[in-house]
Design a protein around this ligand. Sequence first.
Ligand SMILES: [Zn+2]
Length: 382
Amino acid sequence: MKKFCKSFSFFVAVLIGLENECLGYSWPVDGNPQTWTYGYTFAEKVNGQRHLGVDIIKDPLTPIRAPYQCTVVISKLDSGTEKNPADGYGYYLVCTYKDPNGVERVFGICHTSRRAGYEAKGVGSYSEGTILAYVGYDDENGLGGPHLHWFDYGEPYSSFKYPGYAPNSYGTDVDYDKEGNYIGGKFTDPIKLWSSYINPASLVALYSSGTTNSLILACYNLNGGQDMFGAPWSNSSFGPYVHPWPDNSSDPNVVWLQDFITTSDHWWQIVDNPAAGAAFPVHGQILTFWHNNWGYRDYGSPSSNEYYATDIATGHQLVIQTFIKGSVYHYLGYDTVSGVSREYQSTEFQTSGAGGSPEFTPTILKTLIFPCLHDSLKKEAN
Ligand SMILES: [Zn+2]
């Protein structure tokens, strides 16, 4: 769908009258995150609670545009605000939208103006770029001077559950705190998330905390970068960032990886192997097998790229990738003749004359082999 949108949005619009179907994502106010001035940032602790959005300081009556095609589901004055305009959200909008994976989420824009001629839009659907509201004046928008409070919530809309602050115990709180610790809540940093919509390649090898996994970055760059792997992909509850598998990062078997998707929807993971001092790409049938068979627990991390081998019993060509769990090697592979994937013993195959050098020493420099029988394979586990 993404590729389709990029290539043919114009024709789609002309031919079948679909407008806005394929418009991109943008920022709600002029400039970009590097140029904005901030009040409270995401997950900042204020009076012992987490700030659940980001405060972008702008002049009163600055237009706030729909950053994506969206549906306004709430457009109202914060009930706590009618008596005391110094508290709460003031006037605010809650909107639903779909992320690039088609998953419905919610964003909110708060502290908007109620001045005559600058009222916010009401409930309804709006295309990207529509002016939804204007930044409110001091006397109508709560504490902190004129600003936009922007939040993003990782669930479809059901009812209002979007306070400006919450203690971590709420369970609807931030996903990551300011120190990069995963807390598990539903609010996320809208700037990081929307950066990934606008320029996914900017998130290569990044943890959500903003730090870089240098092994994943090296693997990505040395093996073809975006042409090979596409862009970081939100294929788990952790978004498009480097993340643990399983979800519990303190699991003794945890592996760390990042998902990528190409423009032709081919799924890759680049998996860190700290013991080897390298990261390796995994994809296609081997990725599917690894994922569907408790790979992190039973096989550990990849310690080689893919290589060709010959099944001694059948003479069939195999594609093998070596994994290591503790000090035990596991050879995951598939038979290119039968299409069946399984774990092989090292005595079952030979690599000499099989079309690719045997590779049992982890390296990130070796040229990849990537014969894929089913190029559309992607996502199941994790
Ligand atoms: Zn705020």
